[in-house]
Design a protein around this ligand. Structure first.
Ligand code: GLN
Length: 486
């Protein structure tokens, strides 16, 4: 399966056209979709149209960017003008946005070819993509298992070769965790680095869009394209965007200045699959072999992340999802006697059980009398977690730990265990609470042949260091070259 750079070279050398590359992706989708179900909608006509425009540019001798003609999948919670954007929810089933999200607009300008919209947990709430109202997505490495979530469709599509790269969103781990479980690279950037304009809001202070790819370089190329200030998003940062791809080198640090890696002590031991601990410890040895200086770092507040998150995220979600009332968007029940009944019936039928659970928790934690006890307390814990990271980054360049405590589980296995599901995000959530960049990349397989992910976390806006550490590790190992036996 070709990388962005390989495809780009084929295009500029006129070995293949963008239409041929797009058609190959669409054919692959046709062949594997009956097994994988990554896509909620395939936009074949539009994709071929976009590809034709790229070919016209090449024929006219115009210069094309790296992403021109590259097949990409977009998580179906990013608005695409004229193309359904469902959030995998019945309540948005018929919603066709009248506007385009900033990220997809930028990608279209860059000539990237959108092949379709990918499946997710309803409103990005979940960790297995089983909460989609429409379909289950399979893990390409074992079709009986979940791909992770909530961006399960985007991760599975890249792993299965249905597109070269894809976009996901990450509120508590939804890019990194499915990347780990599907054996691909996935990155959540610093909060505010990528515009959220046109991303359907789940928990606005945590949501962040980011790239999936089969290599660190592909992820760096995609990040470079989508990052940068956007006046349409008030939380968007006004910062210079480094040329991430050109910063990637196989070596790490220098003789004068060693690259410093911190291993988060609290992320090993009880609850963590022994195969994962072994793989991550081996990765740490690999970093030492690359010349990095490794030390153990304690982040004692890390373990309160899940508890704080499941107050903060539902609180914000309960406010954000108030707008789905049967009036402004998508689905509305027809058999209501009056306005109140229309609201309640629409929401009762339109939302799935997990979304309802979170709206109820969030409404409770924000209500008078409980706000101080829950919401405010959780925000204070958030500050403590941030301080842990600040202390850590005074000593090291990046932190490493497992991405997920387990590999992919069987579909349905955790159906009646929401708490068990919530605990899967133990290692990714603190990164969102602190607004930091984090990346997951393949670092091994368990005895069932299921992929294991290594998480690399950086300080605010240190995507450069995260990508450098990831790239050096990737170049020294072969994990990312393995493909699922489809
Ligand atoms: N699994 C987490 C949740 O259910 C994270 C979801 C996400 O990052 N969107 O909320």
């Amino acid at each position: 399966m070709a990388s962005i750079r390989e495809l780009h070279d084929q295009l500029v050398n006129k070995e293949r056209s963008a239409v041929e590359i797009t058609q190959e992706a669409l054919d692959r989708i046709q062949v594997v979709e009956p097994q994988i179900h990554s896509f909620l909608c395939v936009t074949a006509d539009r994709a071929l149209e976009q590809a034709k425009q790229v070919d016209a540019k090449i024929a006219a001798g115009e210069e094309i960017g790296l992403l021109a003609g590259i097949p990409i999948g977009i998580k179906d919670n990013m608005c695409t003008q004229g193309i359904p954007t469902t959030c995998a929810s019945k309540i948005l089933q018929n919603f066709v946005p009248p506007y385009e999200s900033t990220v997809t607009e930028r990608l279209a300008k860059a000539g990237a070819v959108m092949v379709g919209k990918t499946n997710l947990d309803e409103f990005a709430m979940g960790g297995s993509t089983e909460n989609s109202a429409f379909q289950l997505t399979a893990n390409p490495w074992d079709l009986e298992r979940i791909p992770g979530g909530s961006s399960g469709g985007s991760a599975a599509a890249v792993a299965a070769g249905e597109c070269t790269v894809s976009l996901g969103s990450d509120t508590g781990g939804s890019i990194r965790q499915p990347a780990a479980l599907c054996g691909v690279v996935g990155m959540k950037p610093t909060y505010g680095l990528v515009s959220r304009y046109g991303l359907v809001a789940f928990a606005s202070s945590l949501d962040q869009i980011g790239p999936f790819g089969r290599s660190v370089e592909d992820v760096a190329i995609l990040l470079k394209e989508i990052a940068g200030h956007d006046p349409k998003d008030s939380t968007s940062l006004k910062v210079e965007i480094p040329d991430y791809p050109s910063l990637l080198k196989p070596e790490l640090g220098s003789k004068k200045q060693k690259f410093r890696i911190g291993v988060i002590k609290e992320t090993f031991g009880e609850g963590v699959d022994p195969a994962i601990e072994t793989a991550v410890r081996q990765a740490i040895e690999q970093f030492k072999a690359l010349g990095a200086e490794v030390q153990e770092i304690s982040c004692p507040q890390f373990r309160y992340g899940v508890a704080a998150y499941y107050i903060i995220a539902p609180s914000e979600a309960s406010a954000n999802l108030a707008r789905y009332d049967g009036v402004k968007y998508g689905f509305r029940v027809e058999d209501a006697e009056n306005l109140m009944e229309m609201y309640t019936k629409t929401r009762a039928q339109g939302f799935g059980p997990e979304v309802k659970r979170r709206i109820m928790i969030g409404t409770y934690t924000l209500s008078a009398g409980y706000y101080d006890a829950y919401y405010l307390k959780a925000q204070k814990v958030r500050t403590l977690i941030k301080q842990d990271f600040e202390n850590a980054f005074a000593k090291v360049d990046v932190l490493v730990c497992p991405t997920s405590p387990t590999t992919a589980f069987k579909t349905g296995e955790k159906k009646d265990d929401p708490l068990g599901m919530y605990l899967l995000d133990l290692m990714t959530i603190p990164v969102n609470l602190a607004g930091l960049p984090g990346l997951s990349l393949p670092c091994g397989f368990d005895d069932k042949g299921l992929p294991i992910g290594l998480q690399i976390i950086g300080n605010v806006l240190r995507e450069d260091l995260v990508l450098q550490a990831s790239y050096a590790y990737e170049q020294a190992t072969d994990w990312h070259k393995q493909t699922p036996p489809l």
